[in-house]
Structure formats: C-alpha cells, structure tokens
Write a protein that binds this ligand. Structure first.
Ligand code: PMM
Length: 409
C-alpha cells in the first residue's frame, strides 16, 4: 500500500503568506501544522481500507476528515485520492491507528505527510551534505573507452586524474569514478579490467585532493578495492540488485550508497521499456533497494536514491519522472539526478549530439533545482552547472520580497 503526495503546499511558500499577514512566529508554526493542503494518491488499498476511508470521509462530521475519491474499481482496483488539509489528514491517521488491522494504512499516510521533512544530512569524507541548503554536484569521471559522451577521453591515468582534479576545482562536491560503461547496448566488463581502469585513478586523486570520491560500479570486488583506496560512496546503477555481496561490502567500509533504478540491463534496457505507472514502479523498486541497504547495516543518512534517467526508460518516461520527481521524496532519502548530456535532451533540441547537449543539461538541472526535485545532480560540465545552480537555488530560496514579507517586523 502506497500513499503518495501528488500535489502539496510547500511549507516555505505557505509560511511566506502567513508572514504577509503579519502573524507572529508561534501562530505561524501552529498554522503550518494544520493548513497545508495535500492530494494523496493511494494505491494497493484492500477492501477493508477502502471501506474505512469511504465510511469516515463520506459519512463522518462535515469538515473533520479529508475528501475521499475512490478510483474506478473495475479499471484501477485499490486506488483512491484523498484531498484535504494537514489537520484533516492527521485526524485520519489517528483514526486508522485506533482501528483494528489498519496500521499499514496509518503508516502509509504518515509517511506521505512527512515528505516535507528534509533527509538526514550525509557526512562524506570531511564534508557535510546538508540537504535543502543547495543542490550538490557530482562530477562524472568515466575511465572507459566507450561511455556515450566522454568514452576514451580520459583513458590514461594521468589524464583521468587531471580531469578529476579539474572537476573538484570547478566545484564538484563528489567525483564519481566509473570503469564500466552502462550506455545502452554496452558489453559487460570483468572486475579485473574495471579495477585496472579505476584503481590507479582513485589512488592518484586521493593522493592529491580531499574531494570525496564515489565508485560507479555494480560489483562488490571493485567496490571493496575502491573503498580501501579511499572512495567513500558506492554508486550502483542496479540499486543493489546485481551483486548480493555489494550491500555488505559498502556497510563494512562505513561508506554511503547511491542506489539507482534501472529496468532490465544496459545491454537490452532501451529495446522496449514498459511501465503501467513509471513513478510508482520506480518508487517501489527504490524502496526495495533502500530496504536491502538498511538490512545490510547502511544507515538512512548514508543512502541516496536515483530514478535512473535513461535506464530502461523512453524519453516520455524520463520527462514524466522529472515532472513528478517530488513523489520520490516519500523515500526520505536525498535524490540524485543524472541527466547530463543524455539522449532525450538531444532529441528535444532537434537531434543534438552529446557534445551539444549542455544547454539542455542546464535547463534540466535548473528546473529540478527550482522545484526542489533533486538534491544532487550528476554532471560532466561541473563549472557551467555550478553557475546555473547558483541562480536556480537562489530562486527557490528567495525570501526577501520587501517589508511585507519581513518576518522580523
Ligand atoms: N548515468 C550513467 C552512469 N552512472 N549513476 C547514477 N547514479 N545516475 C545516473 O544517471 C548515471 C549513473 C550513464 O551516464 P555516463 O555514461 O555519462 O556516466
């Protein structure tokens, strides 16, 4: 059972309105607990949950509970929409808690009402990632002969290390080192070959820079050696589904994990991507990935999630996911977004090759930052994206609208 906020007042926006009313802080805090409106999409409801919601919301005292709209049960069984203010929804959670056997419904609703809460900060190397303060940058360093946009560019260790240092100097908060291409149709690489590519680069970067390093791999053997050499984040494009030893290796090293969603494998994923509801399926798969990470002992504050743009998804799927990225907030983890130079951006711009996709990349990261959809963007062009994010993050956080908005008066 899943309850997803598909539309929700943002507390920060509502608070700005309350400031305009001249209300003092305690009154604003009280109202922010009650007023925000949310539309929750419910899926996977059983008949008892459906009956309970219908009874309470349709026959309870007017105004006490949210509005309830049951889905077409012949077409979409177990679906419904709840629409109401926070205090109405909280009353419903309380009623579900007090009923027999409705705890899963209460839990699902409670999780949906907590999406405004910021994920726990992540400590990576010497740096603290304080979510909500700005959009963080993951710089891409592919040490592969065949990645789609930069394959072969950094084939020698010296060139790769120099590029990693340049990414750090340009403002990358973490540098993601990968030795296996995951572009559509890419062939598998052995652990030995992957290690031969990435290990000297990680060692070289570690010797010359304090920037946190991430290892982009699906293999426990590669991750283990990379973590021992100084990486502190494992970026697994299979979300801990490919190598069952990878979660434990990550946990043992005290490392963080970036868990991505992919439908299929790189070899076949773009042949016929298919979803009934791409957001729901990505959400459910990522929830399983997070559960695998937690079961291995990786704490919540060290788990990042990524919808896997372009991994077993059509251009339409990518755009729909980007439009609904906020729904992934339900997982309570920071959201990583990798759209840099990807094919759908080239298509939207009339068929541009990877080296001409920077404008599309900038538009995409800026849009995600303004809507607070992403906490980390994984990009090739760190300096350019950093400047775009400086503007987009400032727009999202703008609070000084003149004396009418001044909370201190
Ligand atoms: N994309 C690629 C590789 N690794 N990792 C994460 N977490 N998210 C992504 O979107 C992602 C990834 C493929 O792009 P590349 O060839 O430019 O590295």
């Amino acid at each position: 059972m899943l309850a997803r906020p598909i539309a929700q007042d943002r507390s920060s926006d509502l608070d700005a309105a309350l400031v305009r009313l001249g209300l003092p802080t305690p009154a604003r805090e009280y109202l922010l607990e009650k007023l925000p409106h949310a539309q929750l999409l419910l899926t996977g409801l059983g008949p008892p949950e459906g009956r309970f919601l219908k009874h309470l919301c349709e026959e309870g005292p007017p105004g006490l509970y949210p509005r309830f709209l049951s889905g077409h049960q012949a077409v979409r069984p177990g679906t419904a929409l709840l629409s109401g203010a926070r205090d109405q929804l909280l009353r419903l959670v309380q009623a579900a808690r007090e009923a027999t056997d409705l705890h899963p419904l209460a839990d699902a609703l409670e999780r949906a009402l907590a999406v405004d809460r910021l994920p726990e900060a992540t400590q990576l190397g010497g740096r603290r990632f304080l979510w909500g303060s700005r959009t963080y940058l993951m710089g891409v360093l592919n040490v592969t002969p065949d990645s789609f946009s930069d394959g072969g560019s950094f084939a020698s260790v010296d060139r790769a290390v120099a590029h990693g240092l340049a990414l750090a100097a340009a403002g990358a908060d973490v540098v993601d080192v990968g030795g296996e291409s995951t572009r559509p149709g890419a062939a598998d690489v052995s652990a030995e070959e992957e290690l031969r590519r990435v290990l000297p680069v990680i060692q070289g970067l570690r010797a010359q820079s304090g920037v946190p390093l991430s290892i982009d791999t699906r293999k426990a053997a590669v991750a283990e050696a990379a973590l021992a050499a100084g990486a502190c984040l494992v970026n697994d494009v299979t979300g801990f589904t490919a190598d069952t030893a990878l979660p434990a290796v990550t946990a043992r090293a005290g490392a963080a994990a970036c868990l991505m969603h992919m439908q299929g494998t790189p070899r076949t994923m773009q042949q016929a991507p298919h979803y009934q509801d791409v957001v729901a399926e990505v959400l459910e798969a990522l929830a399983s990935s997070v559960a695998r990470a937690e079961a291995a002992g990786i704490p919540r504050g060290r788990i990042w999630v990524d919808p896997g743009i372009g991994f077993g998804k059509t251009g339409e799927h990518n755009l729909f996911l980007l439009h609904h990225l906020q729904e992934l907030r339900l997982l309570g983890c920071p959201i990583v977004l990798g759209t840099s130079r990807k094919a759908f951006l080239g298509t939207l711009a009339g068929g541009k090759p990877p080296e001409q996709r920077l404008p599309g990349t900038l538009a995409c990261v800026a849009a995600a930052a303004v809507t607070a959809g992403a906490d980390v963007v994984r990009v090739h062009d760190v300096a350019e994206v950093r400047d775009a994010l400086a503007v987009a993050d400032a727009i999202r956080q703008a609070r000084a609208g003149g004396t009418l908005w001044d909370a201190s008066r």
